[in-house]
Design a protein around this ligand. Structure first.
Ligand SMILES: Nc1ncnc2c1ncn2[C@@H]1O[C@H](COP(=O)(O)OP(=O)(O)OP(=O)(O)O)[C@@H](O)[C@H]1O
Ligand SMILES: [Mg+2]
Length: 293
C-alpha cells in the first residue's frame, strides 16, 4: 500500500493526503439525511457523485480553475479500499475557504421559510407575492458557515467577506454565480431544474479555485422540469425521496435512524444513476469504462 494518510472522514467522503500538494477524495456510498448518516449505503452513489463532479469540471473548466488532477484508475494510489475507480479523484490540496457558497435560483427550503417570514432571502429583498418553488428574478448567493457540527448557519455576504477576505470572497462569489447560471442552463436543456446548489472554494498557489463536489444530487436540489409546478414542494432526484420515506416512517430525526427497506434503497440508487444520465446525456456505464480505460 502507498504511503497515503487518511486525514479526514466526512459524512460522505473519505479524504487522504497523497503528499503536501495532493489529496485523494473518495466518495463513499453513505447517505445522510437530516444530518444523520443512515445505516444503509446506496450502491454506486459515490460513483455518481464523482462522475457528475468530473463532468462539471470539464464542462465548466473555462469559468474558473478547479482542483481536478485525475480520476483514472492508473493514477489512484493503492489504499486498500475496495472498488475505488469511479468514486475517487486525485486533486490539488487547497486551503478551503470556511464558507459554503450557496446559490439559489428558486424559492425552496430555508430560502422559502425566510421569505415567508421576512419577505427576504438572507438579506436579499425580493418582490412580494412569490410562492413556494417560484423561480427567482435572478440567482442569489446566500453564504453559510461550514459548521463543524450540526447544521450550517446562513450569514450575510458582509460577514462572509469578513471571514474569507474581501478579495477572495468576491472572486469566489463571481465564480459561484457564473457556475450556477451556466450549469442550470445546461441541465434545463436536459429536463432538470437545478433549484439551488452549494459550492466550495479553496486557495491554491495564491489563487481561488473550485474544490469539493460540483452540482451533484447531494449538494443541490434537482427537480424534473416536466413535473415542475410552483405553489408546492417539488418531486426531486435528490435525497428528497429518502427524506420523504423517513418522514412517513415517523422518525423524529434524532439518532438512531430507521433501517431503509430494500426497495427504497433500490429506488434511490436508480434515481442517482438517472440524475447522472440525464445531466450528462451519457450512460452511467460509460463513466465506469472511462475511468478504467
Ligand atoms: N481540493 C481540496 N482541498 C482541500 N480540502 C478539500 C478539497 N476538496 C474538498 N475538500 C474538503 O473535503 C471535505 C469533503 O468531505 P465531505 O463532503 O464528506 O465532508 P463535509 O462536507 O465537510 O462534511 P459533511 O458532508 O459530513 O457535512 C470537505 O471538508 C471539503 O472542504
Ligand atoms: Mg461535503
Amino acid at each position: 500500500m502507498a504511503d497515503v494518510q487518511k486525514i479526514g472522514s466526512g459524512k460522505v467522503r473519505d479524504i487522504y493526503a497523497i503528499d503536501d500538494d495532493q489529496l485523494l477524495l473518495v466518495a463513499s456510498d453513505r447517505i445522510s439525511a437530516f444530518d444523520v448518516v443512515l445505516p444503509q449505503a446506496i450502491p454506486e452513489k459515490g460513483k455518481v457523485l464523482t462522475g457528475l463532479t468530473t463532468y462539471w469540471f470539464e464542462a465548466l473548466g473555462d469559468v474558473c480553475p478547479n482542483h481536478f488532477i485525475s480520476v483514472s484508475a492508473a493514477d489512484l494510489p493503492d489504499i486498500g479500499y475496495d472498488d475505488l475507480p469511479g468514486r475517487a479523484m486525485v486533486c490539488k490540496r487547497a486551503e478551503p475557504l470556511p464558507i459554503e457558497f450557496v446559490v439559489r435560483g428558486y424559492l425552496s427550503g430555508s430560502g422559502w421559510k425566510d421569505y415567508r417570514s421576512t419577505g427576504q432571502v438572507c438579506g436579499h429583498h425580493l418582490p412580494e407575492g412569490l410562492t413556494e418553488s417560484d423561480r427567482l428574478p435572478q440567482p442569489l448567493l446566500t453564504p453559510a458557515t461550514k459548521a463543524t457540527t450540526g447544521h450550517d448557519l446562513n450569514i450575510s455576504e458582509a460577514e462572509a467577506a469578513e471571514i474569507a477576505g474581501a478579495e477572495r470572497y468576491d472572486a469566489a462569489r463571481t465564480f459561484a454565480l457564473d457556475l450556477y447560471r451556466r450549469g442550470a442552463k445546461a441541465a434545463l436543456e436536459r429536463g432538470i431544474i437545478i433549484a439551488d446548489t452549494k459550492f466550495e472554494f479553496g486557495v491554491y498557489d495564491d489563487e481561488v479555485i473550485l474544490i469539493d463536489e460540483v452540482m451533484t444530487p447531494d449538494s443541490s436540489r434537482f427537480w424534473p422540469e416536466d413535473q415542475y409546478a410552483p405553489g408546492r414542494g417539488q418531486p426531486s432526484f435528490d435525497k428528497q425521496y429518502v427524506r420523504d420515506w423517513l418522514d412517513d416512517s415517523g422518525w423524529d430525526h434524532s439518532p438512531p435512524p430507521p433501517e431503509l427497506p430494500a426497495d427504497v434503497v433500490g429506488a434511490s440508487r436508480d434515481r442517482y444513476i438517472e440524475a447522472y444520465e440525464r445531466i450528462t446525456g451519457r450512460p452511467f456505464e460509460s463513466w465506469l469504462k472511462e475511468v478504467t480505460a
